[in-house]
Design a protein around this ligand. Structure first.
Ligand code: NAD
Length: 484
């Protein structure tokens, strides 16, 4: 079956593109073109924003009750649940995520987000009276923020689009989605399911394209809020435009998270956990635990166990269920990771497994070798910059305070973990690290709770009631004081 597409989803239907420009979706495994889709021109973005604007200013969606919108999203959730396998396979094909990861995180997790936002929306205080200071009630309303531009990256495309589209819709907003050029296909399937669920014309519009298309969308005067996930560099540029225009903006950006292994950690369980968390999605994960902080007394033990664990992972075809690490999304990303591995060696870190070059047995595809560096100083660039590949740095620390200091010595503040048999000691460490989320002997994103970054990892929060609130403006209505 051909995966090609020739139209955009705009104003509730499939609309021909304004130009014949196309995007080629290339398999990171075979390096062959697997699909061609239209690339948006400014005129396509304008049409998508106009449809969303019309649907917001005059359409039914923002004027429906929250319960009516919830019913439509419930229908969407049911349809999505029936497509989990197809969606995960599509994402593995387009961006190379190993099936073992996709079938866990690329579609079941987005579906769990829908269910979680539905539960939150059912209880959300859309309009509530509270006793005012002047003796009368104040009615506090959450109203939709308006037309939302949702810009996801390619690494977890449905995960990052669902965290925007679903709360935006539940709040009564209308949306223009711009998928990343590497991964437009999953959004086509999502559009079909939203359409079938009965989302009205113009409430969701989808136009794929690269950075220029994103820039045009972000700066568009018809957009009220930008919800972005991607690199910190792009986030800064988007934040500057939104600041100038006083547009609402939420930014989920990069990370360089530290896993702190305490003296009392169960090493086998820790390495089992970190084998997944440090290099999940082939290391292309914003929350990847890429700095492992080990106590000096157990340093060599941690390095050896981690090198054996990560060095022994199966690298190869993402569609093989046994594959643990797939290719990088694009050749530029393969080259970027290789440059960082070479840089680590130049900086004086000790290569304990991996290195520059193709993994054994592979002669095509954008693969890199899972790599572990020891003797890393936290000031080295490999410890400070986001590599976005399966490259882990092991850093020695002296005492828990030193570990927390090193974890915090980063421009980023997205996530972190601590590994210990003493949960209270773990909580104390968690309180000291300046990141938006933290895990003790685990890191499983919980959609009931807010997720986001401190420092250069972002602005705002996704998930939980806080994540829904990001799509609302809050209005206070003062009622007359009691007579007499
Ligand atoms: P990217 O910033 O290059 O691109 C992300 C998206 O933004 C793409 O759709 C791209 O076309 C678009 N874009 C790029 N520049 C733009 C601009 N100036 N204006 C408007 N749109 C623009 O990032 P990427 O390489 O696709 O993704 C990897 C990055 O995403 C990593 O840094 C990773 O940490 C981050 N990420 C963060 C989270 C999180 O929740 N914090 C989750 C996943 C990925």
């Amino acid at each position: 079956m051909s995966l090609d597409r020739d139209a955009f989803y705009i104003d509730g239907g499939w609309r021909a593109p304004a130009t014949d420009a196309t995007l080629q979706v290339v398999s990171p495994h075979s390096e062959e073109v697997i699909a061609t889709v239209p690339e948006a021109a400014p005129a396509d973005v304008d049409a998508a924003v106009a449809a969303a604007r019309q649907a917001f200013d005059h359409g039914p969606w923002p004027r429906m009750t929250p319960q009516e919108r919830i019913a439509v999203i419930e229908a969407f959730s049911g349809l999505y649940a029936a497509k989990l396998t197809e969606m995960a396979e599509l994402i593995s094909l387009e961006m190379g995520s190993p099936t073992s990861f996709s079938q866990l995180a690329q579609s079941p997790a987005p579906w769990m987000q829908i269910e979680s936002f539905l539960a939150i929306a059912r209880e959300f205080p859309w309009e509530a009276a509270r006793p005012g200071a002047l003796g009368s009630d104040v009615v506090v309303r959450h109203e939709p923020v308006g037309v939302v531009a949702a810009i996801p990256p390619w690494n977890v495309p449905q995960f990052t689009v669902m965290s925007k589209v679903v709360p935006a819709l539940l709040a009564g907003c209308t949306v223009v989605v711009k998928p990343a050029p590497e991964s437009p296909l999953d959004c086509y399937l999502m559009a079909e399911l939203l359409h079938e669920a009965g989302v009205p014309a113009g409430a969701v519009n989808i136009v794929a394209g690269g950075r220029e298309v994103g820039q045009h969308l972000v700066a568009h005067p018809g957009v009220d809020k930008v919800a972005f996930t991607g690199s910190t560099a792009a986030g800064r540029a988007i934040g500057a435009v939104c600041g100038e225009q006083l547009k609402r903006v939420s930014l989920e950006l990069g990370g360089k998270s530290a896993a702190i292994v305490l003296e009392d950690a169960d090493l086998a369980a820790t390495v089992e956990g970190l084998k997944f968390l440090s290099v999940m999605n082939s290391g292309q994960a914003c929350v990847a635990q890429t700095r492992v902080l080990a106590p000096r007394s157990r340093y060599e033990e941690v390095v050896e166990a981690l090198a054996a664990g990560i060095g022994g992972m199966q690298v190869g075809d993402p569609m093989d269920p046994a594959t643990e690490i797939g290719p990088m999304v694009a050749q530029r990303q393969q080259e970027r990771v290789a440059k960082y591995i070479a840089l680590g060696q130049e900086e004086g870190a000790r290569l304990v497994t991996g290195g520059v070059g193709m993994p054994d047995g592979l002669d095509r595809g954008w693969y890199v070798r899972p790599t572990v560096f020891a003797d890393v100083d936290n000031r080295m660039r490999i410890a400070q910059e986001e590599i976005f590949g399966p490259v882990v740095s092991v850093i020695a620390y002296d005492g828990v305070e030193d570990a927390v200091r090193i974890a915090n010595d980063s421009d980023y503040g997205l996530a972190g973990t601590v590994w210990t048999t003493d949960v209270d000691a773990g909580l104390e460490v968690a309180r000291g690290v300046r990141t938006g989320t933290y895990g003790i002997n685990t890191y499983t994103m919980d959609f009931a709770a807010p997720f986001g970054g401190f420092k250069a990892s972002g602005l705002g929060r996704e998930f939980g009631p806080e994540g829904l609130g990001q799509y609302t403006e809050v209005k206070s209505i003062y009622t007359p004081p009691p007579a007499g």
